[in-house]
Design a protein around this ligand. Sequence first.
Ligand code: UT7
Length: 328
Amino acid sequence: MAQEKIGISGTGFYVPEKVLTNADLEKMVDTSDEWILSRTGIKERRIIAPGETVSSMAETAARQALDRAGVAPEDLDLIIMGTITPDELLPSAACLLQARLGNTTAACFDISAACCGFIYALEIGQKLLQGGRYRNALVVAAETLSTITDWEDRDTCVLFGDGAGVAVLSKGTDRGEIIDCYIGADGSHSSLLEIEAGGSLCPITHEVLDQRKQYVRMEGNKVFKLAVASMVSSAKRVLKQAGLTSQDVTWLLPHQANLRIMKAVAKRLHIPVEQVYINVDRYGNMSGATVPIGLAEMDQNGLLKKGDLLLMVSFGGGLTWAASLVRW
Ligand code: UT7
C-alpha cells in the first residue's frame, strides 16, 4: 500500500524588532561594514529584546503557521524543536512552546543539531507521521544566538542573529510534500565550532566565566571549507535518493551562514544563483532558524508555485549536515 503523503500545510516565522547593523558593530569591535559585507554578505541582523526567548519567538511563528495550515494547537501530536539556545536546560523548549500554545497532549522534545536543527526535525517529523500514529507535527527551529555570542570577539559577533521558523507537517497533504531527507554528522570535527562551558565537561564557575568559555567559538576558515563540501555532498545524496538531479531543482534554499558559501555550493551543483533564496543580508546566521525562516518567506511571498522542487541544505556544529527535497 502506498504511504500517505506528508506535506507542509503551513509556515510561519518571527524575527525580533531590534536591528543591529554593521555600522552599529563598528562601534563595538574592530571591524568595518566593508569587511563584514565582502566576507559574509551580511548587512544587518535581529537581536531579541529583554524577556524574549526561543519559546516566545517560536510561539509567534507557530501561531502564524498553524493559522495558515488551518490546524488548531490542540490537534498537534508532536512538537519537535531544533535549538542550541533553549530557554532553560530543563525542560525542553518544545515543552515550553507547547504550554504557550495551550496543547497538553503532544509529544515534545528538542534536538541538538545546530544549523541543521530544522532539517533534522523535518526528517524525524516526516518519519514519525509516516509511522501511522500521528497526524500533525509542529517542526520548529529557533535560536537566540545573541545570548551565546561573545560581543567582544570580532571573529564571531558579526555573524549571528536571532529568529524562529516553523512548519506544520500534516498527513495526507500534498502541498509541500516532503519527498526525501538525508541527515548525517562527523563528530571528529566537533572542536571546530563549540561552546565549551555549561555542560558536564565544564560546568559554569566564576573562573570559567572570566575565561569567556560560555560563548561560541569557531575556527571559521576550516568550517567554511567543510561547509561547502558537505552541503554539496548532502544535496547530491538526497537528489540521488529521490532519483532526481540538480537540473530538476526550482529553488535552492541553503543554510544562510555566508553568501560566499551559498554561491560556492550553488556553483558546484550547477544551480544558477538566481534560483538561490538569500536572506543572510537581512538576518545574518540564525543557526537552525535560517532555513525555516527562508521557507516561510518564500511560501508567504508566493515564490513557491505548484510543482516547484525545493532543495533545502544545511551544515553546522557537530559537525552536522542535512538536506531535504520538497515538492510544492
Ligand atoms: O553556521 C554554522 C557554520 N558556520 C559557518 O559556516 C561559518 C563559516 N566561516 C565563515 O563564514 C568565514 O570563515 C568567516 C566569515 C567566519 C571568516 O571569513 P574568512 O574569509 O574565512 O576570514 P579569516 O577567518 O581567514 O580571517 C581573515 C582576516 C584575519 O586577519 P589576518 O589574520 O588575515 O590579519 C582576521 O583576523 O580577517 C580578520 N577578521 C576580521 N577583520 C575585520 C576576522 N573577523 C573580522 C572582522 N572584522 N569582524
